[in-house]
Ligand binder design. Structure first.
Ligand SMILES: [Cu+2]
Length: 474
């Protein structure tokens, strides 16, 4: 990003939504107030002003996208009224929470839809504590103007009774892209396959023609493209707590903070066993990272996508130390490799009671030239194939026999990583994990949340075309 770009964008004159102040957006002036609601979320068309010269029209929450940062108290019941001012039935999904299927926000599990031009009340007890998020969970199919392709997403922070809070400033950064289109290019940019071998790589390469994938024209962090919003303003000596969410419908992303390290303290909102400083964070859609950053290199820096095209197209934000001047600096990381296993000791996990193998395969180029996705040779719903017994400890083994990295997600539960491409770990608790291309990931799940439970790839296109399965309890 060059100096003239900043003059062109004139970001000082823009009323930016400072990431840390998203919470202040919460308002509901035109929403019919229902008695007794703690939070009212209005789903309606919004304009997102990405920079002074570019705005897009989409669907958001309470007049904005991202929606407000919702602060909930762990264990304290909450009532959320969702008012749907759009023409299509909607759902609000509470990602990362242990709540019943009726309010989880999944039609497959039986959560009722919020009718078009209607409203519905969600009541639940938020737990566990940590960085969660909320988003739509409808199908988009061939329509790239629906579901998670829209601006229906926001952070939820479930606060513990005793928050340690050893930081000076907290920021919420949602990675995002806009204006989706279909392309025959391979859009999977995750460089996570680097660790270990590719244990699921076929002996004979797959030469079938790949179907269309989703690309994007504009990128942002929260609702601003790089250089267009307010910078994160810091002072030397401060410690920043950064919450990162990949709110993309389909894209795996990597980010770096020039001149600084991310000390990763939690993944998907769950504290990791061994916090570690890293140069790069990689997140599949749906994943979150909480990291502490020591502000010890005064200057004006860019925090943004490691991929130059994505960053230059807007996925970044400036970090400005007090009393510093000059051009913002970008310094690419020395290596981009991401490895979940370093955040826990390499001790092997105890043997599970039972093992469930899930083989992921692609059927390239079906109707509309869209790929279809199979788990164990079948598309959704896998009626009665995955039946859990309460209290049993399962090891799920994801065999990814495709050339895409998949962010697989289990609703209403967390799991503990056991192995990534043969590398053992423990103490890394997540609800979404990216299975590298031709990779193998094993996770341990205790069946302790009875009720229908959806499993799916958090890539909207993959989910809509077969890559999901309904788990039930015996
Ligand atoms: Cu996928």
């Amino acid at each position: 990003m060059k100096r003239r770009d900043f003059i062109k964008y004139g970001w000082a004159s823009v009323v930016g939504l400072g990431a840390a102040r998203l919470g202040a957006q919460m308002h509901s002036e035109s929403v019919p107030e229902q008695a007794g609601a703690d939070i009212t979320l209005k789903i309606s068309p919004v304009i997102v002003q990405l920079d002074p010269n570019r705005a897009i029209s989409t669907i958001g929450y309470n007049g904005a996208s991202p929606g407000p940062v919702l602060h909930l108290r762990e264990g304290k019941p909450v009532t959320v009224d969702v008012v749907n001012e759009t023409d299509v039935p909607e759902l609000v999904r509470w990602h990362g929470l242990f709540i019943p299927p009726e309010v989880d926000g999944s039609e497959e599990e039986g959560t009722p839809m919020v009718p078009a031009h209607g409203w519905r009340r969600y009541q639940f007890v938020p737990r566990p504590a940590g960085t969660r998020w909320y988003h739509t969970h409808t199908m988009a199919g061939f329509d790239l103007h629906r579901s998670t392709y829209t601006g229906q997403f926001g952070f939820v922070v479930v606060e513990a009774a005793n928050n340690p809070g050893h930081y000076d400033q907290e920021v919420f950064l949602a990675l995002r892209e806009w204006e989706p289109f279909l392309t025959s290019e391979d859009m999977d940019e995750m460089e996570m396959g680097a660790i270990g071998l590719q244990p699921e790589k076929p002996a004979v390469p797959d030469r079938r023609q790949n179907g269309l994938e989703v690309g994007y024209r504009i990128f942002s962090i929260n609702d601003k493209s790089l250089g267009a919003g307010e910078p994160i303003r810091v002072r030397a000596g401060q410690r920043l707590l950064i919450h990162v969410l990949n709110a993309s419908a389909t894209g795996n992303r990597s980010i770096a903070f020039a001149g600084h390290l991310f000390n990763v303290v939690a993944l998907d909102g769950n504290p990791v066993a061994t916090p570690k400083p890293v140069e790069v964070l990689a997140l599949g859609p749906g994943e979150r990272v909480d990291a502490l950053v020591d502000m010890n290199r005064p200057g004006i820096w860019i925090l943004g996508a490691t991929k130059d095209d994505d960053r230059n197209d807007g996925m970044g934000i400036l970090v400005e130390y007090a009393n510093q001047h000059g051009d913002p600096q970008w310094v690419g990381p020395s290596k981009i490799q991401w490895d979940y296993t370093i955040f826990g000791p390499p001790a092997p996990r105890p043997a599970p009671d039972q093992t469930i193998d899930m083989v992921i395969e692609v059927v390239p180029g079906g109707p509309g030239n869209f790929n279809h996705w199979l788990i164990n040779g079948k598309e959704y719903p896998h009626e009665r194939e995955f039946v859990l017994k309460e209290g049993v400890r399962y090891r799920l083994i994801f065999h990814n026999r495709s050339d895409d990295a998949h962010p697989v997600h289990m609703h209403r539960h967390t799991f503990e990583l056991a192995e990534v491409n043969g590398k053992k770990t423990s103490g890394v608790i997540k609800d979404t994990v990216v299975v590298p291309n031709y990779g193998r990931v094993s996770v341990d799940l205790v069946a302790n949340q009875p009720g229908l439970t959806l499993f799916h790839c958090h890539n909207q296109q993959h989910m809509d075309f077969g890559f999901k399965a309904l788990f039930r309890y015996a």
